[in-house]
Unconditional design. Structure first.
Length: 337
């Protein structure tokens, strides 16, 4: 099948590698930056005949089977709708899905009406760092996931924080129902341009069953990503950059004791795990979408945007709790990249 890529920056180039490995034939690339196009041609060995100066012209000329949209968030809706209109059957859009909930709704509705599949590139369900952890937390030894605590260097709620919103939803099989967020007083310059604003700080999300997502990504933190998964009978620590896992859980004869008895004899293990990578999980996402397996849908991407909107509303008001649901402003646009 033929594939076009809209947005040929660093992530766009990774998409080309992943799509080729998934079996697609690259039929066109577009980016508004000549420098990005040149870098893509060199790094990905793309012929000049596949480079287009206009995205709409590329879609009309090629009429691709599939499209990758890897531009910044404000143009995602425009390019997804154009891809649907051009007849694309499979569309993979980068995160964050859009700049507003209203844009998410239009993207989902257009794809549904055309019978096209829309995926958002939240690759967690294809990464060992999450698939292995999900399997572990669901064992009797650990007894189910109750909290996910992320401590990370400053990378913004939208830039990377939204990945953990989807990871948490995937791991718990529940959506977040309410958010409290506290912004750092200062903003950090966005590497994608001064027009974009993405906040750092602290966040607490709750599910209907009481599951907790806690994220610390302060602007004064400069290195590291560690996640602690708290379960009924133990804990799992993952150093995502180093590829290290440590788990500890109660011995079987102590599992049914109250959680206040937290010092019971326990089993412990340590092992390596695959370090964070995006190319192979994106390839796996394509394979899942093409074969009919589960993949991160537009609806999943919309939930991550709803969490982002609620987090911004909470952060703007000093941390008040914001419920997700029909009360969120769907038309307000946020300048995240």
């Amino acid at each position: 099948m033929e594939l076009c890529v809209i947005g040929a920056g660093r992530m766009g180039r990774r998409h080309i590698f992943a799509a080729r490995k998934a079996g697609f034939s690259l039929a066109g690339i577009f980016d508004s930056s000549p420098e990005a196009l040149l870098a893509t041609m060199n790094e990905c060995k793309v012929e000049e005949s596949l480079v287009f100066a206009d995205a709409q012209m590329m879609l009309d000329t090629v009429a691709p089977d599939a499209v990758v949209v890897s531009t910044t968030a404000p143009s995602h809706c425009e390019y997804v709708l154009a891809s649907v209109a051009a007849g694309a059957r499979y569309i993979l859009c980068e995160k964050p899905m859009a700049s507003s909930l209203e844009e998410c709704d239009r993207m989902i509705a257009a794809c549904r009406a055309a019978g096209a599949k829309l995926a958002i590139n939240h690759q967690m369900r294809f990464m060992e760092q999450y698939t292995d952890i999900k399997a572990l937390t669901e064992t009797p030894e650990f007894g189910g996931l109750r909290s996910m605590v992320v401590t990370a260097s400053n990378f913004g709620l939208a830039m990377n924080g939204c990945h953990y919103f989807e990871a948490f939803r995937y791991l718990t099989n529940e959506e977040v129902t309410e958010i409290s967020c506290w912004f750092d007083p200062n903003t950090v310059p966005n590497p994608r341009g001064p027009q974009y604003v993405d906040r750092s700080g602290q966040l607490r999300g709750i599910t209907a069953s009481g599951g907790r997502l806690i994220i610390e990504l302060g602007a004064d933190l400069g290195h590291g990503i560690e996640v602690i998964y708290g379960c009924r009978n133990g804990q799992i620590l993952v150093d995502e950059l180093a590829g290290f896992v440590r788990g500890i859980h109660r011995l079987p004869e102590y599992r049914d004791l109250p959680t206040t008895r937290y010092g019971m004899p326990a089993n412990e293990f340590q092992r390596k795990i695959a370090q964070a990578d995006v190319t192979k999980p994106t390839e796996d996402l394509w394979r899942a979408m093409l074969s009919g397996d589960l993949y991160p849908t537009g609806e999943n991407g919309r939930h991550a945007i709803a969490v982002l909107v609620a987090a911004n509303l909470s952060g703007e008001s000093g941390g008040r709790t914001v419920a997700l649901g029909n009360g969120l402003p769907i038309e307000r646009k946020f300048m995240w990249a």
